[in-house]
Design a protein. Sequence first.
Length: 496
Amino acid sequence: MKQKLADWRITIQFKWTCFLSLAIFIVFGLFATLVYTSVNQALLRSEENNVRDTIAAVDSRFNVYRAPLTKEQVQQRLAPRFNQKTLEQSGHGQFVTGDPEKFYHDSLSKQLARGDLAIVLYDVKGHPLFKAGQIDANFTDVTKITFKKEYDGRPSYLETTVPIHSSRTNKVIGYVKINDGLRSYHRAFQELNRRIILVIVFAVLLSLFLGYILTQPLVRRINQVNRTIDEINEDPDSQARIPKQRSNDEITDLVDRFNKMLDRMQEYTNQQKEFVEDVSHELRTPVAVIEGHLKLLQRWGKDDPQVLDESINASVSEVSRMKKLIQEMLDLTRAEQIEINYTKEVTEANETLEQAYNDFVMLHPDFKINFDDTVPPHTMVQIYRNHLMQILVILMDNAIKYSKDRKEMNLSASTADGMLMIAVQDFGVGLSQKDLQRIFNRFYRVDKARSRESGGNGLGLSIAKKIIEMYKGSITAESAVGSGTIFRVNLPLVKK
């Protein structure tokens, strides 16, 4: 059973629909509760005000008397048209009963016309003198307006007993007991409850609908991501990408990053294939050469000093080339670890540039090397010194190799916008736009035959680019066939 529950899949659409529906319903519930409470308080205040107004009307009717109230005074002030036949005897005295609408002919009738109010008038001893409506005529202690007989959290009626004071002597001349049956209050709440129930049902349905609608765009985008991933899993070389939307939100940012990640993965895959092909090709040639010479020596060449000497020299040359290739591959691998080991290293740019210039002037006296240095003295650049020297050697060595007709090279350095800007320009054969886009790829060589003759493996520019990027710099190339090439390097200076 537990395993079945664990394997039960709950979709994100279902979760978000329930979550949004619950959130909407809670907000509506809080709002409805607030409205319900406010209406309840407003209605109760209205009923209390009606009771107070009735008390004030009765008090204003009888406070003109000096002596305690009598049955005749009450009859005269409340029901002057009634005769003695309408009076009934009780165990405590005489009081009037009957339809209130027949004797409320003045302002007091405005308070009692609703039919919710009932009233009893007492003398100073608590004997009832007058009764109207459904009310207990027994005298009770003087109280404030009190809610009585609560049920379902709501009051059944309001009741109070207050004294009537003479406005002339300020003495108590009687009492009045008023009961409000709250019929209007209960009718209003019955209607409110019916409406609330209807609105709750509507709110539940609406919240479910809105929750479903609001989750649709999210689910749609997730399904697009899943479909794209499935296509790429089926075909790793697939160019499938997640369609872009016009919306500008977090999902769009996720889609953009995911597509960029796929592009980089595709690029790495292509480079890896090219890398494997080029490495196998580069190693196959020297291995085949060495194997051929060894077989030659094994058969009969070891007895011929000339053949033995040629085979040994050729094998040593191929072994040296393989050694250089392996070293460059190690350099490329180490360049990817710069961010971990060398990011805090700094170098004085002037001294390193001067040394690179002097070394190449000494090694290539037949070349004219122009050096334009406008870098301020003691300028510190954010790079390990050996790595800066390695970049300069790679670029200047390439300029020497591919400048066969015009043996001239320009080296310039300057600073601007917190960057050290280095330019290496040759006047060799130049590059086409197609080659220019690929010269930083591993093992890429424009002319493989000439590169092999000059000892190149097509890794130098890849190593330089990787080192520069690890130090948050940039390298670009500009070229035209027959007009030479210029490489521009930007490296960040040390912030003061």
